[in-house]
Design a protein around this ligand. Sequence first.
Ligand code: SF4
Length: 353
Amino acid sequence: MRPQEVQGLRSGCCPEPQPTTDGAATRHLIRSKHYKNVADGDGNHISAGEDREVPWVAITPVVHAIRVLERMVPDGELLLSARHHAFASQGGHHGALKGGSLNDRIERFVVWVNREATSLGLSRQTVPEDPHGAIGMSRFRRTLAWHIARRPGGLVALAIQYGHMRTVLDARTSSGYGSRSRNGIHSVLDVETALAAADTAARLSDRMASGEKISGPAARRAVAAAATTPRFEGRIVPAKFARKAAAFLARDGVVLYDNPDAHLICAFKHDNALCEPEPGATAPRQYACQPGCGNTVRTDTHARQLRTRADEIDQLAANSPGPLGKRLRANADRLRATADAHDTTAQPAKALT
Ligand code: SF4
């Protein structure tokens, strides 16, 4: 959400989900307004915004935060209403707390967390100093983009929500979102994805330099890509980097995506992809990665990881009832077979250049 969208949330925006007729669990949804590019028939900006067509899916910590705020403001009121949150000196304000005030409160919250953590002897739960300065609202979107770019099927409920979001965002020409300006979340996402892809290329180069072998139908492409992808030693991102990042990602076949959940690197070439990316997408749907895809690349490290994971699954199988245990063991065997296939087909980087 843009900061403005957060400021526009009202009490009651996230009702308890109703069970479906078949009793299946449903997720909390946030109904909200959006403001950017909202115009009337004559093209005039509508400052009151309009209801978002697609609601946000809320993860549990977000639902908890909304419930806390709903205890502080009356029904239907803005969750961050200045009238109910501001102190006497800031009285008389209408609408939501302003950005500066919210940024200040985030900083004070960090101070409070650190004081509590220290007094309770929980030093590992303090919020560390940030070398890039204060945690303002505007930095949350880049944090979100970081997760979309680097956690294809990871924890923190990102697999579904962010994975699908990337697909929506990536269908730039076909979706309503995509047809809007290339600024905003697109450019933030491009920057993080390009940095993540460059990290993947750098890691592959390092592994090749240390003598690891490479396998997979896209091994040759990946070796060439790793040799030509620039390294980003720092994280200073100038404003015009967004355009370069988009151009970098548009080079079909030579951008490398790390896919830790599938234990592989994806040298994404749209026509080869078995995960069915949208037409025109510049990134794979990593959460829907399919075995046997022509974009797959593996290193010796991936083979080791596959065997470690297989051992973990076997342990789980040993403590699971009959049919489930059987399925888990079959899964572990499949991972070991993939590792064996790597060992028998992998070649040194030199042989692939
Ligand atoms: S299916 Fe292919 S293109 Fe899709 S994520 Fe997996 S390796 Fe990449």
